[in-house]
Ligand binder design. Structure first.
Ligand SMILES: [Ca+2]
Ligand SMILES: [Ca+2]
Length: 215
């Protein structure tokens, strides 16, 4: 048992060492803590001896909801898709840490890339009118008295396009999005909250990074 945990510890240190050379914003100790948190979140494998690849969509979404207070299904799916860099349906250990480095501590540049990816629902490198419509409709609280709420959202899409679509082709390229957000930082999360607020970041980091003090 103790031999086993010594081996796990060694393995964890090796993995942390490797990842810390490739990922921004976390030091090696923090990465070890994030690996431990990942292992806890992963839980026991369904069949003994069978390796678990990573966090599946349901598990990952419940973390976004319970730890970071997210509620929007479409956005949470987008965040999952963005973390799942190799698109295998699981957030693996490296994807977890890479994703969190932007999610928790990203620079504006990194966050622009991240948010654009979340909002590009079909992954064709453009945010289309339809995608904007779906996300805005999903994130806005509907007024029950309003006769045709879709009309209001369509107007909002047109206003947003006018503001952000610099090359006037009726959709947002990464260049459009980047330029607009640089001019007006509030547009970063224009189509729905996909980054955690500072309070939940603090709580998460305190909990996860303080565990290292325990024996
Ligand atoms: Ca993956
Ligand atoms: Ca798209």
């Amino acid at each position: 048992m103790s031999e086993m945990s010594a081996m796990n510890r060694k393995l964890k240190q090796t993995v942390a060492e490797t990842i810390s050379k490739q990922v921004e914003h976390f030091n090696k100790t923090e990465i070890e803590c994030l690996i431990r948190e990942f292992t806890v979140l992963l839980g026991e494998p369904a069949a003994p001896g069978r390796a678990v690849t990573g966090l599946d969509r349901a598990k990952f979404r419940s973390i976004l909801h319970n730890v970071f207070g997210m509620t929007d299904d479409m956005i949470m799916d987008g965040v999952f898709r963005t973390f799942d860099n190799d698109n295998d349906g699981f957030v693996g250990i490296k994807e977890w840490i890479e994703g969190l480095s932007v999610f928790l501590r990203g620079t504006l540049d990194e966050k622009i890339k991240y948010c654009f990816h979340v909002y590009d629902l079909n992954g064709d490198n453009y945010i289309s009118r339809e995608e904007m419509f779906h996300m805005l409709k999903n994130s806005l609280i509907r007024q029950p008295t309003e006769e045709d709420p879709d009309e209001g959202i369509k107007d909002l899409v047109e206003i947003t396009l006018k503001k952000m679509d610099h090359d006037h082709d009726g959709r947002l390229s990464f260049g459009d999005f980047e330029k607009a957000v640089r001019e007006e930082n509030l547009l970063l999360e224009a189509f729905g909250t996909c980054l955690p607020d500072t309070t939940s970041i603090e709580i998460f980091e305190q909990r996860v990074f303080q565990e290292q003090l325990e024996p």
